[in-house]
Ligand binder design. Structure first.
Ligand SMILES: N[C@@H](CCC(=O)N[C@@H](CS)C(=O)NCC(=O)O)C(=O)O
Length: 262
């Protein structure tokens, strides 16, 4: 059974799948997709993932897309070291977290990410080339239309994103207090923890850790999640936006050795 994960090293949606694979000890080929060459919008990639986004999992001949679908799929197909509660009510609560994370913080964190770093990838494009890229995007057209090529998102969009990120950590603080921790669902680590961990890492990388600095249980949870071996394997050198855009040498031997390419 061969598994290949098409992903961006730096994408939060990709990171949650890599964390799940590492946590469960599942062998996979890590296939980085080159966002600078817009590989994710190329014809061969769109045949697998018509949304033009990463990640995409290839499991033998099966193509599985959408990060939360992928992590649930992996946990179902490889049941050892399950990250899903066996009790249906608890399972529903875990899925409630997954859906909330997809709906609220995942889109919200894109706003400061583009403001601070990701809009730099459009620096070399003329306005016409940028518009062409935006109009060709299968599912992010409206998102990119809300931003300015050079300056990212306006104050209103940015404030709204920060508000949603604050709401997320407040909910986590409450959820962790109710569950008794150390994980969102209580005693056991579940997919819910790994679903949100990369977004928190991204906020930290953007200098936004103050959003939860007064929430002591979330602070503890974040320390705990960061100490997991799967976390360390997922965030290899070059997976954080600050490293990519603030000048780390991504072609260094150390970095290329950290990922297996096909
Ligand atoms: N719902 C999708 C969203 C995936 C997604 O938005 N991926 C981003 C990276 S985190 C992407 O590929 N963006 C490409 C682009 O905006 O062109 C999932 O969870 O897999």
């Amino acid at each position: 059974m061969a598994l290949k994960l098409y992903n961006f090293p730096q994408s939060t949606c990709s990171q949650k799948v890599r964390m799940t694979l590492w946590e469960k000890g599942i062998d996979f080929v890590d296939r980085p997709v080159d966002s600078t060459k817009r590989e994710h919008l190329s014809e061969w990639y769109l045949k697998m993932n018509p949304n033009g986004v990463v990640p995409t999992l290839l499991h033998d001949d099966a193509i599985i897309i959408d990060s939360s679908v992928i992590i649930e799929y992996l946990d179902e197909v490889f049941p050892d070291h399950s990250l899903t509660p066996s009790d249906p009510v608890k399972r529903a609560h875990m899925r409630k977290w997954l859906r909330y994370f997809e709906e609220v913080p995942t889109p919200a964190v894109r706003v400061p990410s583009f403001n601070q770093y990701l809009s730099k990838r459009f620096d070399k494009l003329s306005q016409d080339e940028f518009d062409k890229f935006v109009n060709s995007h299968p599912i992010r057209r409206q998102f990119y239309k809300k931003m300015q090529k050079e300056n990212g998102f306006d104050e209103r969009e940015t404030d709204s994103a920060l508000d949603r990120l604050r709401q997320t950590v407040e909910r986590m603080e409450k959820g962790l207090a109710e569950s008794g921790g150390p994980w969102l669902m209580g005693h056991d680590l579940t997919l819910a923890d790994y679903c949100i961990a990369p977004t928190m890492d991204r906020m930290n990388d953007l200098g936004l850790a103050e959003v939860w600095s007064d929430l002591s249980i979330v602070v503890q949870w974040f320390d705990h999640v960061r100490s997991q071996p799967a976390y360390k394997k997922t965030f290899y050198k070059g997976t954080r936006l600050s490293e990519i855009y603030d000048g780390a040498d991504l072609n260094s031997k150390e970095n290329s050795a950290a990922i297996s390419r096909d």
